[in-house]
Design a protein around this ligand. Structure first.
Ligand code: HEC
Length: 99
């Protein structure tokens, strides 16, 4: 009986400490079909430049208005050029407009 309880405790600890899947970006699990190669490129740039300092942020967690303030700030941090910044913002705005 005691053994079972210990096992349950260990099991619960392992589950509690495993990475939270909710944090993972949805785009990683479900493949997205991009209507244009520009948007696909923007997504690649997003993945390549926006997960260096923190985990890739979930696009849907921010409104368009929020992104409009955040993106220029982050573009500076990520040292993006104007074209890369435009590509990433096009991608993000397209993504959050998807259902
Ligand atoms: C040089 C490091 C660095 C890079 C590169 C970077 N970020 Fe950030 N980011 C931060 C830090 C630090 C914070 C938290 C403090 C803050 O909000 O400024 C943050 C916060 C954020 C937030 C939350 C802002 C909020 O107000 O809640 C979002 C969204 C975000 N980053 C998106 C991006 C995107 C998109 C890119 C790629 C263009 C990117 N980040 C690249 C350092 C970085």
């Amino acid at each position: 009986m005691k053994k079972t309880l210990i096992l349950i405790f260990i099991g619960a600890t392992i589950i509690a400490c495993s990475p939270k899947t909710g944090e993972l970006i949805t785009t990683e699990s479900a493949p997205i079909t991009f209507p244009t190669t520009e948007l696909a490129n923007g997504f690649e740039l997003y993945k390549a430049n926006c997960a260096n300092c923190h985990k890739l942020k979930k696009e849907m967690n921010y409104s368009k208005e929020k992104w409009a303030k955040i993106l220029p700030r982050m573009a500076k941090k990520a040292k993006l050029n104007a074209a890369q910044e435009k590509s990433i913002s096009d991608y993000v705005y397209w993504r959050i407009a998807q259902k």
